[in-house]
Design a protein around this ligand. Structure first.
Ligand code: PLP
Length: 403
C-alpha cells in the first residue's frame, strides 16, 4: 500500500524561507504474524554485546549467564526457583518426570492447545485425558476437568492459552480436593498475572506445584533459538528437576535417577538477560494493539473479539477472533489476498488428532473445542504493529463482512 504525504510547505511567519518537503513516498511495511526483525533491530547492539561476551568467555554450557538469567527470571516472577531447560516441551516433560507418576496414571489436559501440552504425557506412558474449554476464554473448563477426574487421575495441566490465565482458583481447588498435582503450561502467558477474588495478584506459572514456559522465538519472551524453564517454590522438586535435566546426576558420573539432557545454552541465556527487562513493555505493546483491534472491530456482529476474564491480565500472545457466520476459512483466504497473514490456532482438537486415537480418552463431551476449531482466526500480533497496519487489517475485515 502506498501513501502520499504530498507536498508540505512549512511557513514561518517571521522568516522568508519555506521548507519544502517534496513528495515523500512511504511504503507500509509488509504485515507479518510476528515481526521479530524489527523488534531485534531496536536492541541489536545490546544483544550483540551479550553474544560477544559469551563467545569471548568460551563458557558455552552452564556459564555464569545461566545463573544470572535464572535469578532474574525467578525475581521477575516472584518464585523461589527458575530452572532453565532446552525448550518448553522439555520443561513439561521434566516437570512430569519430577512428579514420579506411574505408567497408566491419568493426566488431565485441555483438548484445545498446542500438541506439546499433551504429547509429553503420552511419551511418559501416562494417559492424557482431555477436558473441554470455555468458549469465552479458550481455556480449560473446570467443570469439564471435574467430570474427567477418575481414581487414576494424578495431575492437571492447565494451559494459559493465548496470553491469559485458566481459572486457577477453581483448578487449584479441584487439585486440593482430589489430591492432584498442578503443572501450569505457561508457554503463552509469561508476564501475565492472576487476579484472585480478594484482589491479590500472582504471576502465572507460579500458582501450581510446577510451572513451565518456552522461549521459542515467537513467544512473548523469545530467545534466538530454543529455550524453556520450569518454576517452583518447592526446594525438593527444584533439586529433582535440576538432577533430571542433567542426566539424573548430582555428582558428575554418578546417576541417581533416570534423566535427560536438557539445558538452555549460555548464548540464549545471555540474549534472554537482555530481553527480560523489556518483557513488561512488550506485553504492554501487545495489549495496546489488542485494544486497538477490539475497538476497530467492535461493530461487526459476526466477529467476536477476545474477552479478558476478570481473574487475569492478558498479554496477548495471540489475538484470536471467533468468526460466527461459518465463513472463517473464506475470510482467511480473503485476508491473504490482501497480503494479510492470519492463522488458525488450532484447527483440530487434540482428541480428534490421529496420534491420540488409541492412547487417550476424552473425559467429557468436548463440543466447545470442536466449535472453536471451526471459528477461530488469529490476526497478526506482535510488538511492532503500526496503527496504519492495524487500520489496513481492520478495514479489510470490515470490507469482507460488508460485501
Ligand atoms: C510453544 C508451546 C509449547 C512448547 O514450547 P517449545 O519451546 O516449542 O517446545 C508448549 N505449550 C504451549 C501451549 C506452547 O504454546
Amino acid at each position: 500500500m502506498k501513501r502520499y504525504f504530498g507536498i508540505v510547505f512549512v511557513f514561518k511567519k517571521s522568516c522568508t524561507f519555506a521548507a519544502v518537503k517534496i513528495l515523500i513516498q512511504t511504503r507500509m511495511d509488509a504485515i507479518q504474524m510476528v515481526d521479530l526483525k524489527n523488534q531485534h533491530n531496536k536492541i541489536k547492539h545490546e544483544i550483540n554485546a551479550a553474544i560477544n561476551e559469551v563467545l569471548d568467555s568460551a563458557a558455552f554450557v552452564k556459564g555464569r549467564k545461566i545463573k544470572e538469567f535464572e535469578t532474574a527470571l525467578a525475581d521477575f516472577l516472584n518464585v523461589k526457583h527458575a530452572i532453565s531447560v532446552g525448550n518448553g516441551t522439555d520443561a513439561l516433560q521434566i516437570a512430569l518426570m519430577a512428579l514420579e507418576l506411574k505408567a497408566g496414571d491419568e493426566v488431565i489436559v485441555p483438548n484445545f492447545t498446542f500438541i506439546a501440552s499433551a504429547e509429553v504425557i503420552a511419551l511418559l506412558g501416562l494417559i492424557p485425558v482431555f477436558a473441554d474449554v470455555d468458549y469465552d476464554t479458550f481455556n480449560i473448563n473446570a467443570d469439564s476437568v471435574k467430570t474427567a477426574i477418575s481414581p487414576k487421575t494424578k495431575a492437571i495441566i492447565p494451559v494459559h492459552l493465548f496470553g491469559q490465565a485458566a481459572n486457577m482458583e477453581k483448578i487449584n481447588k479441584l487439585a486440593k480436593d482430589y489430591n492432584l498435582f498442578v503443572v501450569e503450561d505457561n508457554a503463552q502467558a509469561i508476564g501475565a498475572e492472576y487476579i484472585f477474588s480478594e484482589g491479590k495478584r500472582k504471576k502465572l506459572g507460579t500458582m501450581g506445584n510446577l510451572g513451565c514456559t518456552s522461549f521459542f522465538p515467537s513467544k512473548n519472551l523469545g530467545c534466538c533459538g530454543d529455550g524453556g524453564a520450569i518454576f517452583t517454590d518447592n526446594d525438593i522438586l527444584a533439586e529433582k528437576i535440576r538432577t533430571i535435566a542433567n542426566h539424573g546426576m548430582k555428582t558428575r558420573y554418578y546417576h541417581e535417577i533416570l534423566g535427560v539432557n536438557s539445558r538452555l545454552d549460555t548464548l540464549q541465556a545471555a540474549i534472554l538477560n537482555v530481553k527480560l527487562p523489556h518483557l513488561k513493555e512488550y506485553c504492554e505493546k501487545r495489549y495496546e494493539a489488542a485494544m486497538y483491534y477490539n475497538n476497530a472491530l467492535a461493530d461487526l456482529q459476526q466477529v467476536i473479539t477476545p474477552l479478558i476474564s476478570d481473574y487475569s491480565t492478558h498479554v496477548f500472545h495471540q489475538y484470536t477472533l471467533k468468526i460466527q457466520n461459518g465463513k472463517r476459512n473464506e475470510l482467511k483466504v480473503f485476508l491473504e489476498s490482501r497480503n494479510i497473514p492470519a492463522m488458525i490456532y488450532y484447527p483440530v482438537p487434540l482428541h480428534k488428532q490421529n496420534v491420540f486415537k488409541f492412547s487417550a480418552h476424552a473425559g467429557d463431551i468436548l463440543s466447545v473445542s470442536e466449535r472453536l476449531c471451526d471459528e477461530v482466526l488469529s490476526l497478526p500480533m506482535h510488538t511492532e504493529l503500526s496503527k496504519e497496519q492495524q487500520d489496513y487489517i481492520a478495514n479489510a475485515i470490515k470490507e469482507f463482512f460488508n460485501k
